[in-house]
Design a protein around this ligand. Structure first.
Ligand SMILES: Cc1cc2nc3c(=O)[nH]c(=O)nc-3n(C[C@H](O)[C@H](O)[C@H](O)COP(=O)(O)OP(=O)(O)OC[C@H]3O[C@@H](n4cnc5c(N)ncnc54)[C@H](O)[C@@H]3O)c2cc1C
Length: 375
């Protein structure tokens, strides 16, 4: 029996790897003609890295990416409001957070999986669950025994299997992101910093020897087009010169922009022989840097549940959901909440927030991360 996966993104490829490691055969249908990722970086939390450690591929991330030993939240001028060392988690789990270019992350996953299991240029149109058939945009059809939807926030699998059940919720925050050739000062090479201003913020960190990844977010109302114009950088002119420099040195055609969104209202991730993972099931705003981490955790958890209950798909899917959903729901909620706090509009409340953060002991932040990093 072959397990069909729609979507060769971070979640689909990790699941493919974990299933193969558990002795299953997989076929991944990917819409893109070739793997092309946005030119951006990504933070892989200690939870995602534990999954890769389990799959025996963690060393590739250390080679291609950069270890993140600390995280800090600063004001616009890069003065710390709160700073946390991640040593505690390295000691506990034997592995730390890593930052990496998205293209390198995909390449590592693909190299490990092998290209033969991925069919490119296959964009799913719909699923017929009664005949267990897949219909693709190119007019072709395929049968499936077990189907996993790993096709992202706009999932066609979800649309077919759970019509009208989930809604995409907009945050009213626009995010520009890019990667630029840049060397941060030596004392900041292994820290990821997020600088909070008024109704805006910039995050940045070194992702390899050569490149820095940054993102810049702004609250907006009305039409996104009014904000996404060639002068968008002016909204960040009061930030520290280093941050302004990162934005200015990144060529326009290397910058990606989009509104931050999350998925709401999906009570169940599985039905019959079909199950959703990653953003298809629980897309979240990126404020905790955990969307990919949760998709990666899904991959290992589902593969393990299928191994444990081999031949019993209902038990496999229900075990998977019971193991994962409570944690994921909490992270989705917290991400939304953090996004609102990070981009408060009122200068008074921003001042209050910053004062509160300066006086909050580091262990509070560490305790909040404990559950997130536990897989
Ligand atoms: C600005 C921003 C910053 C982020 N930063 C982080 C971070 O630092 N750390 C972190 O952990 N997460 C981060 N995330 C979240 C993370 O990118 C996602 O949660 C993650 O990519 C989800 O993986 P996925 O495989 O579920 O979905 P996707 O990455 O969306 O992959 C879906 C795949 O399915 C394919 N596909 C789509 N439709 C079809 C179809 N009809 N037929 C066939 N194939 C299809 C797509 O081409 C794609 O390859 C960030 C997100 C954003 C927007």
């Amino acid at each position: 029996m072959i397990i069909s996966i729609i979507g060769g993104g971070i979640g689909g490829l990790t699941l493919g790897l974990a299933l193969k490691a558990n002795g299953f055969r997989v076929k991944i249908y990917e819409a893109a003609e070739e793997i092309k990722t946005v030119g951006a970086g990504i933070i892989l939390g200690c939870n995602a890295m534990q999954v890769f450690q389990h799959l025996g591929i963690d060393k590739h991330f250390a080679e291609k990416g950069n270890v993140i030993k600390g995280m800090s939240i600063t004001n616009e001028k890069l003065k710390d409001l709160s700073a946390m060392s991640l040593d505690y988690f390295v000691d506990k789990y034997g592995i730390g957070n890593h930052a990496i270019h998205r293209a390198d992350l995909h390449q590592v996953l693909l190299n490990q999986l092998g290209d033969e299991d991925v069919i490119y240029g296959k964009r799913l149109k719909s699923v017929d669950t009664s005949s267990r058939q897949l219909f693709f945009e190119d007019g072709k059809e395929a049968d499936y025994d077990i189907l996993i939807g790993a096709d992202g926030i706009h999932s066609k699998v979800r649309e077919s299997v759970f019509p009208g059940q989930a809604k995409i919720r907009k945050s009213g925050q626009v995010c520009w992101r890019g990667v630029v050739d840049y060397q941060l000062p030596a004392n900041n090479k292994n820290t990821f910093r997020e600088s909070w201003g008024i109704a805006s913020r910039i995050g940045h960190g070194q992702i390899n020897e050569r490149q820095v990844y940054w993102f810049a977010l702004l609250n907006f109302e009305g039409d996104l087009k009014d904000y996404n114009n060639p002068n968008w950088r002016a909204s960040f002119k009061d930030y520290d010169p280093l941050l302004v420099d990162l934005l200015n040195k990144t060529p326009d055609d290397q910058i990606h922009v989009g509104e931050m969104t999350e998925l709401k209202g999906l009570a169940n991730w599985y039905k019959g022989e079909v199950c959703l993972i990653g953003d298809a099931a629980h897309a979240m705003t990126p404020n905790m840097g955990q969307g990919a981490g949760q998709a990666i955790e899904d991959g290992l958890a589902l593969a393990n549940a299928m191994k444990k209950h081999r031949g019993d798909i209902v038990k496999s899917f229900s075990t998977f959901q019971a193991y994962r959903k409570r944690k994921v729901d909490k992270i989705v909620k917290n991400s939304w909440r953090i996004g609102n706090i990070a981009q408060l509009k009122s200068p008074f409340w921003c001042g209050f927030r910053n004062a509160f953060m300066r006086t909050t002991p580091a262990f509070v932040g560490r305790n909040a991360l404990k559950e997130t990093f536990e897989i």
